[in-house]
Structure formats: structure tokens, C-alpha cells
Ligand binder design. Structure first.
Ligand code: GLU
Length: 370
């Protein structure tokens, strides 16, 4: 398996197959796969649905389609059950992240989510993400966890996305109508003809059908993330994955997407400020591929917010050597410039980030490595 960091999305139909509380029926094989990936040095983030389904029997409801507040209450109680259910399959700790579309659209919160995920992964924790159903009203909602998983893959800079449900992948025809229908192993380009293959799902437990999975795949592949739709209810799927086979539908990532991000940083994003670096920091950035730390900054100018792009100058040559996304606003950065990362909390009262610009969020402008 050629991936380093993957987001695995697990649908409600696998977490709570009968919508009567959580079940371990399918999760055991998924958890074993995740553990094997971790043992092979890979990083995994889970996006798990199932809180509404898991809490359904615990909240009184009269209709097959309960009101939104009733579903929110189901999600609230079901989320606890779901997390406890996942944790029992792992020896390593799991963590919970409940996020909304509003959070992902807000620059500061986006960076907070990104930083939290980074640290959780560094510590061998399995982050488990779900939409924050209690606070998410229609305009705040991502709406379905397939699209949420694609956004999580973006924010975490994953290279692969596995969408697990109880269907094998995308078929040439609806397999419920034609059992002979052929599975499509590879899709290189997502266009209307691919969407036309996505019949509505009949599964009453799942929120998204094939359409939201294809939407998620489209978002992911255009950002360079290899995406797979797989049947997580079949244990052999994971063995096939581990031996390098593709048991479902693989949406091929667009080439050059990482280059495109760097290109966007370099050419499209307007800088709102500037920092000057001493010689040591210039070397660390240009020769060692390091992130920018506050200790190497000798001057800060401009009026920038967290998440804005800033220019990075070599104070000796007065040349702009890099651009990147700042983890600090200009006021806080002025206060910590020249300080060691360990001193940030003393100066600011807290330490939002040890680095000013993370390497992944930086592009070098000189002809040295990126
Ligand atoms: N957030 C919802 C839940 O956990 C599910 C949304 C979805 O399945 O797409 O129940």
C-alpha cells in the first residue's frame, strides 16, 4: 500500500448496521486494518458516522423521520456510544473532533484543526472526526460525512482517502437492478457520466448515497488525494488492500496538485506582511527544509491575521526568499520575534504553535528545494 497518511471514512451502515445502537460486527476488521497500517508507520484519521443511528433507540421519536432537534439529541447520546465502541478495538488512544463546515471555512479555526490533528498524529493517537450535529444547522452543515471526510483529508494533508460503506464501489449499472453489473475499478476523470452512475441509495441508515461519495472523491482527487470507495463490510477487502490490490473503485488523483498548491501560494495568494530573518534561519529554511521558528525573526511588519500569507525576507540580502501561511497575527508575532519556541507561552500566556510558518504551508522563492 503506497500511502503515508490516510483518512478513512466509515459510514453509519457499518457502525450501526441495524440502527439499534453500535455494533462491532464490521468495526473489528476495520480496526485491525487501521492497527496494521499504524504498525507499518502510516498515519490514519477516522471520520466516523453513526452517532444518530447509534442514539436512535435512546431518544423517543414517533416518526421514521424524526425532527432535526430529535436527531441532534440522538447524535449527542449516540456519539458517546460510538466513541466508546471504537475505543474498545484499539490499544492506542482515540480522540474526538466534532467540527462543522463553519469551522472549516474560518481561517483561524481551520489552522487550529490542522494543528490539533498534526499533534494527535505525532503522538500515535487515532483522531475520530464527526460533524458537530448538535450545533450544525443547515447553513453550517457539511451535511454528509463523505464530503466532511474529503475536507478532513484536505486539512490534514492526507495523501489518500478511503470511503467505506456497504457497497463495493461504483458500478456500470445499478447492481440492485442488474446483479451482473460490473464494478468499475478505476476512474481517471469525474464528469457528468460518472455522476449518472450514482443511483440513489436505498439504505435507510446512511445519509449520503453514491452521489456524495463521488462529490467527496472529486474534491479529494483535484487536490492530489488518491480516493477509494470500498465495501467495509467485507473483511477480505482489507487483506486485498494490505497486499496492494484495489478491491473497489479507485479515483485517480490529479497529478501536480501539490505543485498547484505551491503555485497558488507563490503566485495567487496576496501577502499581508513581511518578516526579516537572520542568517541561521535563512539557512534552516533553504538548506534543511525546516519550518520557520520565531527565534530566527529579526523584524515584523504589516497588518496580518492568523492564516494570512506573509513574505519571508533574508535581512542581509534584502531578498524575499519564501512565502507562507502565518500561524500568528502581526501583534503576537512582534512580541515573540527572536524568542525561543519554549518562551512563547511566557510571553503570550499560551502557545498556539511552536512554528510561525509550517514547512507544508511554505514555498521557497529561490531556486533551492521546496
Ligand atoms: N453525522 C451523522 C452521524 O454521525 C452522519 C452523517 C453521514 O452519515 O453522512 O450520525
Amino acid at each position: 500500500m503506497k500511502f503515508n497518511r490516510a483518512v478513512i471514512k466509515v459510514g453509519s451502515a457499518l457502525v450501526s448496521p441495524d440502527a439499534k445502537g453500535c455494533s462491532g460486527k464490521y468495526l473489528l476488521a476495520i480496526a485491525r486494518f487501521i492497527t496494521q497500517c499504524q504498525q507499518a508507520g502510516k498515519e490514519i484519521i477516522l471520520v466516523s458516522s453513526g452517532s444518530v443511528a447509534a442514539g436512535r433507540s435512546l431518544i423517543t421519536h414517533g416518526s421514521p423521520n424524526p425532527s432535526i432537534p430529535t436527531k441532534q439529541a440522538m447524535a449527542s447520546v449516540g456519539q458517546m456510544q460510538m466513541m466508546a465502541n471504537w475505543q474498545r478495538f484499539f490499544d492506542v488512544p482515540c480522540s474526538q473532533l466534532l467540527i462543522t463546515h463553519g469551522d472549516l471555512k474560518d481561517r483561524q479555526r481551520y489552522i487550529n484543526i490542522k494543528n490539533t490533528l498534526r499533534i494527535l498524529l505525532e503522538n500515535g493517537v487515532i483522531p475520530i472526526v464527526n460533524e458537530n450535529d448538535t450545533v450544525a444547522t443547515e447553513e453550517l452543515k457539511v451535511g454528509d460525512n463523505d464530503n466532511l471526510a474529503a475536507l478532513v483529508a484536505l486539512v490534514s494533508e492526507a495523501d489518500s482517502l478511503f470511503i467505506l460503506s456497504d457497497v463495493d464501489g461504483v458500478f456500470e449499472q445499478d447492481p440492485r437492478i442488474n446483479p451482473q453489473a460490473k464494478l468499475i475499478p478505476e476512474i481517471a476523470k469525474i464528469d457528468d457520466s460518472v455522476y449518472a452512475l450514482a443511483g440513489a441509495t436505498n439504505n435507510h441508515i446512511a445519509t449520503g448515497g453514491m452521489k456524495t461519495k463521488i462529490q467527496a472523491a472529486e474534491k479529494a482527487v483535484e487536490n492530489g488525494i488518491e480516493t477509494y470507495i470500498l465495501n467495509g463490510s467485507r473483511g477480505e477487502v482489507f487483506e486485498q488492500l494490505l497486499s496492494g490490490d484495489n478491491p473497489g473503485t479507485h479515483f485517480i488523483a490529479q497529478q501536480g496538485a501539490t505543485r498547484a498548491r505551491k503555485h497558488w501560494l507563490k503566485h495567487t495568494l496576496k501577502s499581508n506582511g513581511k518578516v526579516m530573518l537572520d542568517l541561521g534561519a535563512v539557512r534552516a529554511l533553504t538548506e534543511q527544509g525546516a519550518s520557520l521558528l520565531p527565534s530566527g525573526i529579526s523584524a515584523v511588519s504589516g497588518n496580518f491575521k492568523v492564516g494570512d500569507c506573509i513574505d519571508v525576507f533574508d535581512s542581509k540580502s534584502q531578498q524575499c526568499i519564501a512565502k507562507g501561511i502565518s500561524q500568528y497575527n502581526y501583534r503576537d508575532l512582534k512580541r515573540i520575534q527572536g524568542k525561543k519556541s519554549d518562551e512563547i507561552s511566557t510571553v503570550l500566556g499560551c502557545c498556539p504553535s511552536k512554528v510561525v510558518i509550517h514547512r507544508d504551508d511554505m514555498v521557497l522563492l529561490t531556486n533551492i528545494r521546496n
